[in-house]
Design a protein around this ligand. Structure first.
Ligand SMILES: NC(=O)c1ccc[n+]([C@@H]2O[C@H](COP(=O)([O-])OP(=O)(O)OC[C@H]3O[C@@H](n4cnc5c(N)ncnc54)[C@H](O)[C@@H]3O)[C@@H](O)[C@H]2O)c1
Length: 409
């Protein structure tokens, strides 16, 4: 007798630990997870450890082994797996090749710094195993084309880690705007992110444009993915301004000064006429995201707030104000508590649910390599506009790269 997925889903977020006194044969709804799939985790830092936790929470897979050249990352990840998650033993691989070609592993989770993605993918893809690659897929167009080429006839799943689309506010906004068409035809899209500075990383790769792709690629590819999703069209023009207004102005690492911006604005025009703007501030004492969609039949606003001060207000909020006598509404979309707090508002958890579903042959809405590509095209074009002070025409920008035929076919 096996507990059905649907029964487990109803109990998602319910604390089952108090039933640990039950003899094994009496556990049905509180059965210990019996993972069938095995993942190897490559890069066991901040997000790698989040992926490890949600893999165990999701339950249909486990982590078979780890690879990371930084001993402290391995040490902490091992401790989390064995002691915090109590998920059993875990292998540690000596090399990337060993981790990728491990016959036990069904899939590889690549959670390494942006500039390493291309080299890691080159090795990982030879294994033909399912691949999950963190965003941004690369730091430049040339490498992005190469990954598009690798993914074109790839015999297994190749998923990109653009999981913001699974944050509760965006899931609901997608439902309202794209499925119900609650605001009619979308005409303008605004996104704002106000947050704390980029945090410390192994090798401080996120302080340097060459290693991260620049702030508009590294961080903002999530929001450009949302632009692309809501616009349901291709970007044609990008204009950006930005500056290093507050953060890391005197920061040096191995003799190099940080060159990343911490604030800016990006305007994107789409083929179908939709206009978008994005506003970033990375010197705000909070995490705040806001989406506003204006259509010809209404306006949708969605916000996600994490405060560090004792002020009241919903963490997640969505309002749809509709014209023409249609009902308007507000809501506070959330996931079950354990999922909500498992990382990125539960979005990483659902990214894993759908990664496993993809592997098991179901069709889901996870980010494809092509969507990963278009999210960084906007980011790279914004970085280019920042450098030149000019508007970037996407066709010209892509044509400047000799491999443009790969995406245009
Ligand atoms: N989807 C999201 O919301 C999200 C959030 C955070 C980070 N990320 C992305 O995940 C990636 C990792 O970010 P992070 O915050 O975990 O960084 P991090 O610095 O905390 O961790 C990266 C880890 O990769 C290891 N590493 C470096 N080179 C490696 C290699 N060649 N092979 C194996 N391991 C290697 C480092 O030692 C480190 O432990 C980046 O691409 C980042 O943009 C995505």
């Amino acid at each position: 007798m096996t507990v059905e997925r649907q029964e487990l889903d109803i109990l998602a977020g319910f604390d089952k630990s108090k039933f640990d006194y039950l003899p094994g044969e009496d556990r049905y709804l509180t059965v210990e997870n019996q993972p069938k799939l095995k993942f190897n985790l490559i890069g066991t830092g901040n997000i790698g450890q989040e992926h490890m936790k949600v893999t165990i929470l999701e339950g249909r897979a486990t982590i078979n082994g780890l690879y990371d050249p930084n001993e402290k990352s391995i040490e902490q990840a091992k401790d989390v797996f064995v002691n915090e998650l109590q998920a059993g033993d875990i292998n540690v691989f000596e090399s990337l090749e060993e981790a990728c070609n491990d016959p036990e592993a069904d899939a590889l989770l690549i959670c390494t710094p942006n500039y390493t993605h291309i080299d890691v993918v080159r090795v990982a893809a030879k294994s033909k195993k399912h691949i999950f690659l963190e965003k941004p897929m690369t730091t430049n167009l040339e490498d992005a084309y190469e990954i598009m080429e690798i993914a074109k006839d790839y015999p297994s799943i190749f998923q990109i880690g653009l999981q913001y689309r699974y944050k509760p506010i965006y899931v609901e906004a997608i439902h309202e705007a794209l499925e119900r068409k609650s605001v009619g035809d979308i005409k303008t899209i605004s996104i704002m992110e106000h947050r704390v500075p980029f945090l410390d990383k192994v090798g401080q790769w996120n302080k340097f444009s060459e290693k991260s792709g620049g702030t508009f690629v590294e961080k903002c590819c999530h929001y450009f993915d949302l632009f692309n999703l809501f616009a349901q069209s291709k970007p044609v023009e990008v204009y950006a301004t930005g500056s290093q207004a507050v953060n890391f102005q005197t920061f040096q690492y191995e003799g190099e000064s940080s060159d990343i911006i911490d604030s800016g604005f990006v305007i994107v025009k789409y083929e179908n006429g939709i206009q978008c703007n994005f506003n970033l501030s990375m010197f705000s004492p909070m995490f705040y995201e806001e989406l506003v969609l204006c259509g010809n039949e209404g306006r949708l606003k969605a916000t996600e707030t994490e405060r560090f001060v004792p002020l009241e207000g919903p963490d997640n909020y969505l309002e749809v104000i509709r014209a023409g006598g249609s009902p308007s509404k507000t809501s506070t979309p959330v996931y079950p508590t354990e999922i909500q707090k498992s990382g990125h508002g539960g979005a990483t958890y659902y990214e894993h649910v759908y990664f496993v579903d993809n592997i098991l042959g179901k069709t889901t809405s996870t980010a494809t390599v092509e969507e990963g590509f278009w999210s960084i095209v906007v980011g790279l074009a914004a970085e280019e506009s920042l450098r030149t002070g000019e508007k970037v025409i996407i066709n010209d920008f892509l044509a400047a790269n000799p491999k443009d035929t790969v995406v245009n076919n």
